[in-house]
Ligand binder design. Structure first.
Ligand SMILES: [Zn+2]
Ligand SMILES: [Zn+2]
Length: 155
């Protein structure tokens, strides 16, 4: 599988953060990192586990959880918590950023809001807080689900 330069770069950042912590990067852990570094669809633990198992069938769910914990501790993955469904993970962009969430298929897309970074400073100046992260989700119906809906209605 060819890796894009961005994915390669993220993978190196993740690896060195873990190595600096004294973590041994086993082949299974390396696979979790590789999948996270290259996914833009915000997989949950189950998705990651299934994907790693394609390469290393004996991988346990605990290995995936442990690896994510280590990445969280080192700031190398962004965790999106949901009360009604499984947490989702963004390893490609570990900094906090806004998301679009489809209420029908639970697809999650990144939303590029260029002024996000300046907002931290603006809010800090206004409130005296040192702003360290943000959580901003927009909920809607994704283009695919809209098409499915139209197809249902026109039947
Ligand atoms: Zn959808
Ligand atoms: Zn994201």
């Amino acid at each position: 599988m060819a890796m894009s330069p961005d994915t390669q770069e993220r993978l190196e950042e993740m690896r060195s953060a873990l190595v600096q912590r004294g973590v041994v990067i086993t082949p299974k852990r390396a696979k979790v990192l590789e999948i996270l570094a290259g996914s833009d669809d915000h997989p949950n633990v189950g998705d990651l586990h299934a994907e790693v198992q394609r390469w290393h069938p004996s991988t346990s769910l605990a290995t995936v959880y442990n690896t994510i914990e280590l990445l969280k501790e080192t700031g190398q993955v962004l965790e999106l918590e949901f009360s009604a469904s499984a947490n989702r993970y963004d390893g490609r962009r570990p900094d906090s950023h806004p998301h679009l969430v489809c209420v029908e298929c639970q697809r999650i897309d990144d939303l590029d809001v260029p002024e996000s970074k300046g907002m931290f400073e603006a809010i800090g100046a206004e409130t005296g807080y040192e702003v360290v992260r943000q959580r901003l989700d927009y909920y809607g119906i994704c283009p695919n689900c809209q098409k499915k809906r139209e197809a249902r209605l026109s039947r």
